[in-house]
Design a binder for this molecule. Structure first.
Ligand SMILES: C[S@@+](CC[C@H](N)C(=O)[O-])C[C@H]1O[C@@H](n2cnc3c(N)ncnc32)[C@H](O)[C@@H]1O
Length: 229
């Protein structure tokens, strides 16, 4: 049975963070969807796509722990719905930090309240967990925004539970109301922080590296915390 969950388009979901995805942009873990023309329309000048495997033409095929590009190649990097699937998230974030220019941005989108969805699926992050990820890698938090709505979060979790329990009759009975609820809830509710489906965290690499060599050493720190709470 088809799921009753309706997600807004990824383009709509990314709208609040497109202002950071300017200049030369890397879509790290791009998957199947080529968002290049969307990024260009919103201010990017060049877009590279990168994944272990993707049908997108001219994409860089590689593991995100080791991307064959010079340090500081990009003004901004998007990594959407990828870090829960990688075995070594710290190595990936360190690599993305290396690839972005000083003063550039990383937009890291990671699930919080989502069911297990194997590809494989290793982890979830709370808002504090994401801030800790930024701190460890000496990245300055700029914004953390929730994504999706409580309708999508609860429907996804409950539908996955009904599938696991093989509750076909309950699914048949609830499909219509859940679908309607999702259709009516297509705009991220920015006030839902504690029950967020996931978070988009924007972090900035300092214009002047604080540890002198420009590399994340696992003990990074930054002054202040300008994140929108
Ligand atoms: C859930 S998909 C998200 C795709 C895309 N970012 C989006 O939002 O539609 C996760 C993607 O991460 C890629 N991925 C997982 N581990 C990776 C790794 N170590 N290096 C590169 N890509 C990886 C997968 O191949 C997959 O395309």
């Amino acid at each position: 049975m088809k799921s009753p969950i309706v997600f807004q388009d990824l383009e709509k979901e990314l709208q609040p963070v497109t202002k950071y995805l300017q200049g030369r942009v890397l879509n790290a873990g791009c998957g199947q969807r080529d968002l290049s023309s969307f990024f260009i329309k919103n201010g990017a000048t060049v877009v590279d796509n990168c994944d272990l495997t993707t049908p997108i033409p001219n994409a860089i095929i590689c593991d995100l722990v080791d991307v064959p590009k010079e340090s500081g190649t990009y003004d901004a990097i998007l990594c959407n719905a990828v870090l829960e699937h990688v075995q070594f998230p710290d190595r990936v974030v360190a690599e993305l930090r290396r690839l972005v220019k000083p003063g550039g941005y990383l937009v890291l989108c990671i699930p919080f309240l989502q069911p297990y969805h194997p590809k494989p699926d290793y982890r979830r992050y709370t808002k504090e967990g994401m801030l800790e990820l930024a701190r460890i890698h000496d990245l300055e938090p700029v914004e953390i925004l929730p994504v999706h709505t409580i309708a999508q979060t609860l429907t996804w979790i409950y539908w996955s539970y009904l599938e696991e329990r093989r509750a076909r009759l309950t699914r048949l009975a609830l499909w219509g109301p859940l679908y309607l609820w999702n259709r009516l809830s297509q705009k991220t509710d920015f006030d839902t922080q504690i029950q967020a489906n996931g978070f988009q965290m924007v972090v900035r690499k300092a214009a002047h590296p604080s540890n002198g060599n420009g590399h994340s050493n696992g003990n990074g720190h930054h002054a202040g915390n300008g994140v929108t709470q």
